[in-house]
Design a protein around this ligand. Structure first.
Ligand code: BGC
Ligand code: ZN
Length: 372
């Protein structure tokens, strides 16, 4: 069958026709016909051979980790899915170390050993193929009405996991917004998203949906596609070309949360300086290594202590984040019909996969449409 394969040895990325079609080989496995696979920055790094490892014994890695497929066949032990169901597949698989309490508990997103595998990224073939087989425990059913946006589930899980952690962290203090009987709920917390790419904009939707006054801080001056989108979902777009970090903080008021989705470390640490009282700062971007930069560590450290701040990083996502993401996509559709769909700015045939992953074609989120 057809698949998009990266050959790190010969430094090629191309469509192959002879990738073996996977077969169900255990009672709880499910076979999917892949519909759409999203392309992201990680794919770009894999295309530039900075990242990405083929499975043991294979000279190529099938690309793709942002999936949407349709069930075509189920093993005799499958209980949660039936043919015709739409499905998103989890990316990460547990390590095999008996002592890894995270993986043993099914939380491989917190794997201690680093020996986890990731489909389409690290030692397991990805989803840019005509068919995929996996265990039902790694699959999540997507309701048919989300057919057009289900492929956004995986990039949304990054924010879903982070927000679950924020809720846990903030249990340390009185945090719930006051409610006055008979009045609509007031939003009392301010969130700043750094970056207006797909992870940032999906994060902004998740933050707005969970009750934050949401600001997106990004480079481009408005109006632009990102700023239009932010305004559509009731947020405020602020450009770093018109507002420096101090001016940002002045506009926002107390910055209760920063959701960093740029991977630009200088920009990110500069913004840490204006995190508010009792604020939480979440890093999600993975920067390339570019050498040391100067940083106002006295201010940062003083603020961390004197303002009770928390800084954490978050990668990948667990089951609860996948189910949460699917529920949130449905909420997004209710709150802002068509908005999530507008993040998908292009659908391309499999033959364009290398152009999408390696050069990029502009727009927000581009997907490879593998089957109709
Ligand atoms: C994926 C994550 C993955 C990470 C690191 C991201 O693009 O969304 O699931 O854990 O890359 O490999
Ligand atoms: Zn990704």
């Amino acid at each position: 069958m057809k698949a998009v394969a990266v050959f790190p040895q010969s430094r090629e990325l191309r469509v192959i026709d002879d990738h073996p079609e996977p077969k169900i080989s255990a009672p709880t496995e499910v076979k999917l016909r892949m519909l759409e696979v999203g392309v992201c920055g990680t794919d770009k790094e894999i295309c530039h051979f900075d990242y990405g490892t083929p499975p043991n014994g294979s000279d190529y890695l099938v690309l793709g980790h942002e999936s949407l497929g349709e069930v075509v066949e189920i093993g005799p032990g499958v209980t949660s899915l039936k043919p015709g169901d739409l499905v998103v597949v989890m990316v990460r698989r547990p390590c095999e170390e008996p002592g890894c309490v995270a993986c043993r508990a099914g939380r491989q997103d917190f794997c201690y050993t680093g020996k986890f595998k990731e489909r389409g990224i690290n030692q397991l073939h990805g989803f840019m193929a005509e068919f995929v087989v996996d265990d039902e425990k790694y699959m999540f059913r997507v309701p048919p009405e989300l057919r057009g946006i289900g492929v956004l589930t995986e990039p949304l899980t990054i924010a879903e996991k982070a927000l679950r952690e924020v809720n846990n962290v903030q249990l340390r203090l009185p945090w719930a917004c006051p409610v006055e009987p008979g009045k609509p709920r007031e939003f009392c917390h301010n969130a700043v998203v750094l970056g207006a790419g797909p992870v940032g904009l999906l994060g902004a939707m998740a933050l707005a949906t969970s009750g934050f006054k949401t600001f997106v801080y990004s480079r481009d001056e408005k109006p632009n596609a990102g700023s239009d989108f932010v305004e559509k979902i009731g947020g405020t777009y602020i450009s770093s070309s018109t507002h420096n970090i101090e001016q940002l903080a002045e506009e926002v008021g107390n910055i209760d949360l920063v959701y960093e989705a740029t991977g630009a470390s200088k920009f990110a640490f500069d913004t840490l300086r204006v995190l508010g009282t009792n604020g939480v700062y979440i890093f999600t971007g993975v920067p390339g290594r570019k050498g040391p930069i100067e940083l106002d560590t006295d201010t940062i450290m003083r603020n961390l202590v004197l303002k009770n701040q928390v800084v954490f990083g978050s990668v990948n996502a667990g089951r609860d984040a996948y189910t949460g993401a699917i529920e949130d996509l449905a909420k997004f559709e209710q709150h802002w019909p068509g908005a999530a769909a507008s993040l998908i700015t292009g659908r391309y045939p499999i033959t364009d996969a290398s152009k999408l992953a390696c050069q990029g074609v502009g727009g927000i989120k581009n997907v490879v449409a593998i089957n109709q």
